[in-house]
Write a protein that binds this ligand. Structure first.
Ligand code: FDA
Length: 315
């Protein structure tokens, strides 16, 4: 119930305005977000890489309503990738991209992908993939609400024709995801498996934690037994242990899969796993459009919520 309320709040412009004007809220933001500018993300990336971790950088923002905004986001990624190359951070650093930030929902009713929007997002994403290739690194498409999955996987398939190392996210809370993992477990594929952070109806998604975890384990088994590069995105210690065990059972070397976590979440575990020889990648978001991302993080960890609400009320 609390999670659903928070996820509804993540789309409320009124609450977003309140959060943005509360100066103390910044301290919560700082835990999960590298800063407002690309330079902040690159500074954090250098620190993490020198500690033996890898990084995927996300320019925060989603659901753009103007084409010019989508073009600016693509331009920002192209410039970011140039700086990743210049700073010698490729292939340690790659980028993560939301198609709704590249225009996927433009031209329709604004709530779901439309054919015009998909074309705009595909063109923008192709520019980013070309820039990543030139920089010597990769792009992974984030997965957003359940109504975007077919559209995002369709765009992924088109991108992979010219940029076969483009990756995508699969969310274990969706009932369809084991099938999607089977379809994506072929040679060269890069699949980031997470539990899922959006609200979804019971017809499309498992709602009990146990069912989401069991689905995660099934998807993980498919990906680890496949011929692609699984990216195990979770902070859940039991699922991380399962991933490492399945990789060992399947005779996978540490470099043929990755463990991935979010910036600010279980940083000590990130360092420990890397020291144990695992390949660990940290998802580092930056930008001033942090509201939706932050509220999804609070929905995962209600213990952070009281602190955040107090900061909103200025107490
Ligand atoms: P779970 O929520 O069960 O948490 C396990 C433990 O981790 C908790 O007990 C706690 O200790 C710690 N923890 C988890 N979240 C925390 C938080 N916010 N603050 C503090 N501690 C926390 N989702 C999506 O829908 N689309 C996407 O594209 C992505 N992309 C993505 C990339 C990467 C690299 C990661 C790690 C995650 C995502 N996600 C995502 C988010 C994902 O779906 C999920 O919401 C979070 O990872 C939390 O789920 P866990 O698997 O960590 O388990």
């Amino acid at each position: 119930m609390l999670r659903r309320t928070l996820l509804a709040a993540s789309r409320s412009p009124r609450l977003e305005r309140a959060a943005r004007t509360a100066p103390v809220a910044r301290s919560v933001v700082r835990r999960y977000v590298a800063g407002d500018r690309a330079g902040d993300a690159l500074r954090v990336t250098r620190e993490l890489c020198s500690a033996g971790l890898r990084v995927t950088i996300d320019n925060l923002g989603e659901d753009v309503t103007e084409r010019a905004h989508a073009e600016r986001t693509a331009h920002e990624y192209v410039a970011l990738l140039r700086r990743i190359a210049e700073d010698g951070l490729a292939p340690w650093a790659e980028v993560s991209v939301k198609l709704s930030a590249l225009g996927q929902k433009l031209g329709g009713n604004g709530a779901a992908p439309s054919p015009d929007g998909e074309k705009i997002a595909l063109d923008n994403a192709a520019r980013i993939c070309a820039a990543a290739e030139a920089a010597g690194t990769t792009v992974t498409l984030d997965m957003e609400d359940h109504e975007t999955v077919d559209s995002t996987l369709g765009i992924l398939a088109q991108l992979r024709v010219d940029h076969p190392r483009t990756g995508a996210v699969i969310q274990s809370y969706l009932r369809r995801s084991e099938g999607d993992c089977l379809a994506l477990a072929g040679p060269g594929s890069r699949v980031r498996l997470c539990k899922g952070a959006y609200d979804a109806p019971a017809s499309a998604a498992f709602t009990r934690r146990r069912d989401i975890d069991l689905s995660y384990a099934r998807c993980l088994r498919v990906l680890m037994n496949g011929r692609g590069h699984p990216m195990v995105a979770t902070h859940d210690p039991r699922l991380i242990d399962l991933a490492v065990a399945l990789a060992a059972l399947g005779g996978r070397d540490p470099g043929t899969y990755e463990l991935q976590m979010l910036y600010g979440v279980r940083p000590r575990a990130q360092a420990r796993l890397a020291a144990e020889g695992q390949r660990v990648r940290v998802y580092v978001p930056y930008g001033d459009d942090w509201y939706g991302y932050l509220v999804r993080r609070l929905a995962e960890r209600p213990a952070n919520l009281a602190f955040f609400l107090r900061s909103l009320l200025g107490r």
